[in-house]
Design a protein around this ligand. Sequence first.
Ligand code: ZN
Length: 142
Amino acid sequence: MVDEGHAGINSTSLTWDWRNKYIEYLKNGKLPLDYKELRALRIKVARFTLDEDGTLYRRTFDGPLAVSLGPGDTYYVLGEIHEGTCGNHSSADSLICKIVRAGYYWDNMEKDIKEFIRKCDKCQRCSIEDVKKTPQHEDLSS
Ligand SMILES: [Zn+2]
């Protein structure tokens, strides 16, 4: 018998968090065993910094540190920020910029944002073309 009370919990946030490998490395110097992952981590980790209280930040190209969000927080932030821009039927691109400017970052954020807009009814109706455009700014996933 499934406990109905737990149905709303996002299971991905409990099992996997992209921040863990960076936190493990910055905190304990722990490196991934997989060679490919190790190489990727070595390159990417230079952009990250760990706060005393364990919050992971990512340096952004135009200055301020961005709070790194885990899988459980991204949907809320997307909703909050998109709420204000949805009326304008803004593109995925401008939503990405808004989120970066608000000081948030997470792995694969471009993909998530595009998907979020794809699922937004209002955006769907007005800016199908915008969703298809390729972003012109810095590749956030690298
Ligand atoms: Zn929308």
